[in-house]
Design a protein around this ligand. Structure first.
Ligand code: FAD
Ligand code: UQ1
Length: 451
């Protein structure tokens, strides 16, 4: 309970929500002592976007007591809102819900973390030593943040008010404070690590909102805004890359391609970057007055080297149906899967619809034959307060836009879609397993023609 109170302090929750959170936590705790059962029809690993969506679907299918979710955290975060939390347009409280309220009531929440998966004996082992047997397993554990790969970054995030990161619930609240403390004429650096990461647009979305903040507060003149990216391009899809290159030009933002953040010295206010591909090795050190860090990411540690992972550590599933390539009763959804899409909640939504069909086929003893996942993913690029370029594309990097307008243009309508409509869709539909992405609308707007 002491830990919960600390968490509440960190989050700055209101009294009503605190009472509610404690009540939910208590209910969930008694839930997990209710039964000794350790064998389930369906075990789901992770209670994030994909885990909640599939838990809702599987509970509706198999009924109470047949689905277990292993998830160590008390709070579920709607991480896609973190960009607007960092920019000060939303609060962290608005992006948080108690885990017990995010998971379906009829699923059993096992508040523990997964230590290993033993697919040959259909068993999951948790950190506390619990052994769970499953008929089918859905892996939805997301990615881990590797701040430890950037020397000095964690110390800087802990103790330097100029250093922030929208990628972590622990540090996202520092971002807007760092905006407010930024001195006119200073230098702000936004970093982009090697892929894969979740929401690869997020490292630059917050930069545009910062630039907008400076302009609105008369602080932009004489100040420098830098985007230091490990990549050789600003975005992976040409249509949106062209639009974003125009945005950085108009806003006088300096883009340093192939610069990978390797170290931070917060005592000197310095960030060091390795020049990617330089031979001999070449590093460059820059001063900062604000540093927004996007860390590199990988599959969670327990997956790396596990029998269900590929060489990179991601769950090895077919990219069309999300079923394991070797174990028919294992499936993956979201950021931890090997599906080579851009990792987003929008992708999770589309994948959840596909996975339902795959699981139906599996339960009938058949190979999946229905709709195939085309890699649909979406990235709402906040180019300023009130404007968004809504990137939507498939596995081949081909635009797959929902609306019958050019989404490569900055639009106010898409801002409202992200700020006001998406949270409703997320909380009321996606995590309840009732949102499979905007495919039906895309079809509708095109009178059933096209993809
Ligand atoms: P997650 O939602 O991260 O959930 C993984 C869960 O697994 C977590 O609850 C974790 O605690 C749990 N877990 C981890 N390890 C273990 C273990 N060993 N045992 C048990 N449980 C474990 N997406 C969009 O579509 N649009 C956006 O605009 C957007 N913007 C973003 C901006 C930011 C700053 C960030 C950080 C993300 C953004 N995303 C966006 C991406 C989106 O949030 C993720 O792609 C999505 O949450 C992936 O869902 P998931 O279920 O795979 O992983
Ligand atoms: C989406 O489906 C989704 O999942 C809920 C997001 O994550 C929060 C998104 O950011 C976006 C843009 C979509 C796509 C939805 C539409 C209506 C284009």
């Amino acid at each position: 309970m002491a830990q919960l109170v600390k968490k509440i302090g960190e989050l700055g929750l209101h009294n009503r929500q605190v009472t509610h959170l404690i009540a939910t936590r208590a209910a969930a705790a008694s839930y997990s002592t209710q039964s000794e059962k350790s064998s389930y029809k369906c075990v789901i690993l992770g209670g994030g976007s994909g885990g909640c969506a599939m838990a809702a679907k599987m509970t509706r299918k198999f009924g109470k007591g047949n689905v277990a979710v292993v998830e160590p955290h008390d709070i579920h975060y709607y991480q896609a809102m973190f960009t607007l939390v960092g920019s000060g347009h939303k609060s962290l409280t608005q992006a948080a819900r108690p885990m017990g309220k995010s998971l379906p009531r009829d699923a059993k929440w096992i508040k523990d973390s997964v230590a290993s998966v033993e697919p040959d004996s259909n068993t999951v082992v948790t950190s506390s030593g619990l052994k769970l047997e499953y008929d089918m397993l859905i892996v939805a554990v997301g990615v881990q943040l590797n701040f430890d790969k950037i020397s000095g970054s964690l110390e800087a995030l802990e103790s330097d008010p100029r250093v922030c990161s929208n990628f972590s619930a622990n540090y996202v609240n520092k971002t807007h404070k760092a905006f407010q403390a930024f001195p006119k004429g200073g230098t702000a650096i936004f970093t982009m690590p090697p892929l894969p990461i979740k929401c690869p647009g997020a490292p630059q979305k917050i930069m545009y909102l910062f630039d907008d903040y400076l302009r609105k507060n008369g602080l932009r003149e004489g100040s420098r805004v830098l985007y230091n990216t490990n990549l050789p391009v600003i975005f992976g899809v040409k249509k949106y890359a062209d639009a974003l290159l125009e945005v950085v030009k108009q806003r006088d933002i300096t883009v340093n391609f192939q610069h990978n953040l390797i170290g931070v010295d917060h005592t000197k206010g310095e960030a060091t970057f390795a020049k990617v591909g330089a031979d001999p090795v070449e590093n460059v050190t820059m001063n900062y007055d604000l540093l927004h860090i996007s860390p590199s990411m990988s599959a969670p540690e327990f997956l790396k080297g596990s029998p269900i992972a590929n060489e990179a550590g991601f769950v090895d599933v077919s990219k069309e149906h999300l079923q394991h390539t070797k174990y028919d009763n294992i499936f993956a959804i979201g950021d931890c899967s090997s599906a080579p899409t851009s990792k987003t909640a929008a992708a999770v939504a589309a994948e959840s619809g596909i996975l339902s069909g795959t699981i139906e086929a599996f339960l009938k003893g058949q190979k999946p034959s229905g709709l195939q996942y085309d890699g649909y993913t979406s990235c709402p690029l906040t180019t300023k307060g009130g404007k968004i370029i809504l990137a939507e594309f498939d596995y081949n990097g081909q635009p797959l836009e929902t609306f019958p307008v050019n989404q490569g243009k900055e639009r106010l309508s898409m801002w409202y879609l992200k700020k006001d409509a998406m949270p409703i869709i997320y909380w009321q539909m996606l995590i309840k397993g009732r949102w499979h992405g905007p495919r039906v609308f895309r079809k509708l707007f095109r009178f059933g023609m096209g993809k």
